[in-house]
Design a protein around this ligand. Structure first.
Ligand SMILES: Cc1cc2nc3c(=O)[nH]c(=O)nc-3n(C[C@H](O)[C@H](O)[C@H](O)COP(=O)(O)OP(=O)(O)OC[C@H]3O[C@@H](n4cnc5c(N)ncnc54)[C@H](O)[C@@H]3O)c2cc1C
Length: 427
């Protein structure tokens, strides 16, 4: 099986085995080293194995129970959020938190404790999980929740798949009246304007996020488009569309070069903005329309750098530094996180801003990112493991000084390339 992460960097040869039924798990887990994975939508190496077998869970994808009245759902961990929505949306229930793609499994959403445009109102995905069923390699089954085996619950949410195979997830859904979102798009000229917009929007708007033009050197630095939305009452068909276009082959490496990215960003910034009612799919998942868009970066692949820092001036410094070194990001996102307590031991979000940059995986990018790491660490910030492919061991340990708290919960037969890199521990 051809298995790679979304950034297609690093390239590691992978042996993969598919899990279809929960009953196969104890047998498969009994020997060797493995890593349970979902749909490989993590950008770096949290979903890659260095020396073991990748266990794909996407066929273990059944809904076990769904209560239409209370909005509680229990499903196998390999189900994609897109398939979950097909079951729940016709009954007026939406995901309480969703990342920027619906092609993510329940298990993957839990293991990275993902966040969405509503972090300021809803916190992370893990806050809405009511129970997890975990299969350990010694044959134990642990049913964990906030009231039962809570330490296992906290270690598994955001636990990067290292505590065992998540086989079932119970989730509290969010009531919505229909499949539409009322959205407003506002162009802003600077990070100060972004700050004002986010401060004035976060109380009345459930979803807020900004696209930033990360290809400006000085004039226009920090400009972008602010997006805010609320679920609307308009009724309609709850369609869950698939990709409209598929990128069939990997693009040539020159395609996304500093010049083409600057042009794209300029056009995107000046495009006509249309506020109003919007179907939920393009609002939450604009990139899903293009299947395999990660191939656009060509053979070298790309890295996504996502940091959390409580310092907007530093966001400006990061953008300026990347621009000075012609590391222009194609898709750059800025959001202010809320203050909700972390759901998991290693959960990434913290109060402050989160900036996301997509950059080609080449030596210049890696040099620039090493400098950014220093600034992020000096500011008491952190880097998101779900997106990472290159942070050093020291950087990880300073970002997550609580990493040792994970040790009693680690499954001795599980490891990832990420974990071996940042902890230095071999299975
Ligand atoms: C276009 C795009 C937009 C994104 N937007 C966001 C965003 O807005 N916010 C955000 O937080 N993330 C975002 N992401 C990242 C993505 O949501 C996470 O990386 C997510 O965890 C991927 O889920 P997956 O099912 O593909 O899991 P994988 O990437 O395959 O695996 C992720 C982790 O989960 C573990 N895992 C998976 N299944 C299991 C299981 N059954 N048992 C135990 N461990 C398991 C793996 O070991 C691994 O550590 C985005 C990714 C893309 C491609």
């Amino acid at each position: 099986m051809n298995w790679e992460s979304w950034g297609r960097y690093p390239r590691l040869s992978q042996t993969a085995k598919a899990l279809y039924w929960q009953s196969e798990a104890p047998h498969l887990l009994a020997e060797g080293t493995y890593l349970p994975v979902g749909l490989g939508r993590s950008y770096g190496d949290v979903c890659l194995s260095d020396s073991g077998t990748v266990m794909t869970t996407k066929f273990m994808n059944r809904v076990i129970a769904f209560d239409h009245r209370s909005g509680h759902i229990r499903a196998e961990a390999g189900i994609a959020l897109s398939d979950l929505l097909k079951v729940t949306l016709p009954h007026g229930w939406f995901l309480p938190v969703t990342p920027g793609t619906k092609y993510v499994t329940l298990g993957g959403a839990v293991a990275n404790d993902v966040h969405g445009k509503n972090h300021h109102t809803a916190g992370t995905f893990g806050r809405h999980v009511t129970e997890l069923v975990l299969e350990r390699s010694d044959g134990r089954r642990i049913v964990a929740s906030a009231t039962n085996d809570e330490p296992w619950f906290r270690a598994t949410i955001g636990g990067l798949g290292l505590t065992g195979l998540i086989v079932e997830v119970s989730l509290r859904l969010k009531r919505v009246q229909g499949p539409f979102v009322s959205q407003e798009l506002i162009r802003f000229r600077s990070l100060d304007d972004f700050s004002k917009l986010t401060e004035s929007s976060d109380r009345d708007w459930e979803y807020t996020v900004a696209w930033v033009d990360a290809a400006r050197r000085s004039r226009g630095l920090g400009r972008g488009i602010f997006i805010r939305g609320n679920h609307a009452s308009k009724q309609g068909k709850p369609d869950i569309p698939g990709p409209r276009i598929n990128i069939p082959v990997q693009g040539p490496e020159w395609l996304l070069n500093p010049w083409s990215i600057r042009c794209f960003n300029n056009l995107y910034y000046h495009r006509p903005l249309k506020s109003g009612l919007q179907h939920f799919d393009p609002f939450f998942y604009p990139l899903d329309v293009l299947g395999h868009w990660n191939r656009l970066y060509g053979r070298r692949g790309f890295v996504q750098y996502q940091c959390a820092i409580d310092d907007l001036d530093l966001v400006g410094r990061i953008l300026a530094y990347c621009a000075k070194h012609k590391r222009y990001s194609f898709l750059s996102v800025l959001k202010k996180f809320g203050n909700q307590p972390a759901a998991g031991t290693l959960s990434f979000p913290m109060p402050g801003y989160t900036l996301t940059l997509d950059l080609p995986a080449d030596p210049n990018t890696l040099r620039v990112l090493d400098q950014l790491d220093q600034w992020v660490l000096d500011a008491g910030g952190r880097i998101y493991p779900a997106k990472d492919a290159r942070m050093s061991r020291d950087t990880f340990k300073r970002c997550f000084p609580q990493w040792r708290d994970m040790q009693p919960f680690m499954d001795p037969r599980i490891s990832s390339a990420f974990w071996q890199r940042v902890s230095g521990e071999k299975p």
